[in-house]
Write a protein that binds this ligand. Structure first.
Ligand code: ZN
Length: 500
């Protein structure tokens, strides 16, 4: 091993230890912590974050990273080591311009901002949240401006944090293409929507049985219960400490069966990715998967596989049996049409596969306006509602079902949303490639999900974030990111389902 690289190892381990502690605290805050824990825990988070900040932001680390980045040294590193050095450099560049004191204040502020947001959402009171959002935007602008080089757009730098390479230059034409193709398709689908009856989904499904079903589905797609747990939160999510401890959450509604089913398949997809990262990468910065790639795997499971007839053919009879007579009058065909019913709606997380990306596009357009200084925070609810009216033909009745529905901005996660749409598009590209190599449909019908998981592990999961999305796609499929697979997939699927 390169001697300079060897000197980095204790820092990498220390960084991972802080990361584990902070991730656990955040998991605990979301799942188990009592309601009044807030401010005091936030203080501990602030102090730990400041300590974590110094692990990579110090003279010895940057000197090692700079030496390792020279042509002579870089040649001696493996792909993984190179990627770790690159990650550390990126973290350094992102953080080193921020005074540590300010960074601690920010970490503390983030922890309380989320609580204020949650309260505002419950009461539908945007004005309670507005000052927090303003402060969060100001922090983000200031921190990003510290490191922006001349001519660099703030929003591009934010986007790069979630999926490197996918900047405004790539995303503008991507969303324009989606808008052009999907808006007319959605209109057509809506004209035929009375064909599909999914009232069965809102019957009464005991929560205990739903949990049993969801645990079964998680295991069925490849979630390893020796390396993972499932808990409950208002909004389902995934968090990973390392490849031997990955945690997901779910939310169960007595009168909505689909919600928990597709949440567990989605989060299960994220978890399978985290569990599949190579042992040599876990607990290093190269295990920090970028969000677009992460979403590609959750959506691969949720949509490409989880909403297909081939997936449900062997599973649906089990599901019917589990709920006694509740679904005995609902055929597999009706169920498949039901889980694929598309109609414009207000809530992103509940949106169907066809309209989902338009929800994302709305957030992308608003974020661009925010960071180009084209709008005030006070104007955001109105702009939000106007865009929903324009693209989806629906108008929120209040801010809880409008701008207050997502927690991301309260967490300082600006630039995150486009990953959801990108992920779905990448998933479609991977699926098209997989179909050339594996009899995917047959495997699904035979319940052989492990072969699909192994394929993804071999081509995607094991690499963590050693390669960026485009490099990974080229290595795997021979082609760079191409959104046409996604559009073709949606057109084909919905034309068939709705007999358009
Ligand atoms: Zn996700």
């Amino acid at each position: 091993m390169n001697r300079l690289y060897q000197k980095l190892l204790p820092y990498i381990e220390k960084n991972s230890a802080y990361d584990t502690a902070l991730t656990l605290l955040s998991w605990d805050t979301e799942t188990l912590a009592p309601p009044d824990a807030g401010a005091l825990t936030a203080k501990a988070v602030g102090i730990l974050s400041e300590e974590a900040y110094h692990v990579f932001v110090n003279d010895e680390v940057i000197s090692l990273v700079e030496q390792l980045s020279t042509e002579k040294e870089i040649k001696t590193l493996s792909d993984t080591e190179r990627s770790i050095v690159r990650h550390i450099k990126r973290t350094y560049d992102r953080l080193s311009h921020i005074p540590p004191e300010e960074y601690r204040e920010y970490a503390e502020f983030c922890a309380t901002a989320q609580q204020i947001y949650c309260h505002a959402k419950q009461t539908g009171n945007f004005s309670e949240y507005a000052p927090v959002l303003e402060k969060m935007i100001a922090y983000t602008k200031r921190f990003t401006a510290y490191r922006a080089k001349k001519g660099e757009k703030i929003y591009d730098l934010l986007l790069e944090e979630y999926e490197p390479g996918f900047t405004i230059k790539v995303l503008d034409p991507f969303f324009a293409h989606l808008k052009e193709e999907l808006v007319p398709l959605i209109r057509k689908v809506c004209r035929h929507n009375d064909k599909i009856d999914k009232s069965y989904n809102y019957r009464s499904f005991p929560i205990g049985k739903q949990k049993k079903l969801c645990n079964f589905l998680a295991g069925y797609i490849g979630f390893d219960f020796n390396r993972g747990v499932i808990s409950e939160t208002e909004h389902p999510f995934t968090t990973g400490l390392h490849n031997h401890d990955v945690r997901i959450t779910n939310h169960y509604y007595k009168n909505n069966l689909e919600s928990a089913i597709f949440s567990v398949i989605h989060e299960g997809g994220h978890a399978i990715y985290e569990m599949g990262i190579a042992d040599t990468l876990t607990q290093t910065p190269a295990a920090m998967i970028t969000m677009g790639m992460h979403e590609s795997q959750s959506r691969f499971y949720e949509n490409l596989i989880g909403r297909s007839e081939a997936f449900w053919a062997p599973v649906y009879p089990k599901l019917q049996k589990m709920f006694g007579t509740t679904l005995s009058d609902v055929s597999l065909d009706q169920f498949i049409h039901g889980i694929n019913k598309a109609e414009p709606s207000l809530i992103r997380t509940e949106a169907d596969e066809l309209t989902y990306s338009l929800h994302v596009m709305i957030r992308y357009e608003l974020e661009k306006m925010i960071f180009n200084d084209e709008c005030e925070v006070s104007e955001l609810p109105k702009l939000w509602n106007q865009k929903y009216e324009e693209y989806l033909g629906v108008t929120p009745q209040n801010d809880t079902e409008g701008i207050l529905q997502d927690i991301h901005w309260a967490m300082g996660s600006f630039g995150y949303f486009p990953s959801y749409a990108l992920g779905t598009a990448i998933a479609s590209q991977i699926y098209a490639f997989m179909e050339k190599k594996l009899p995917v449909e047959d495997l699904l019908r035979q319940g052989k999900l492990s072969e699909i998981r192994e394929f993804l592990r071999e081509h995607v999961h094991q690499y963590g974030s050693v390669y960026d999305a485009n490099t990974l796609l080229v290595r795997m499929t021979g082609e760079e990111f191409n959104p046409d697979y996604y559009i073709d997939y949606l057109k084909e699927k919905y034309t068939r389902l709705y007999q358009l």
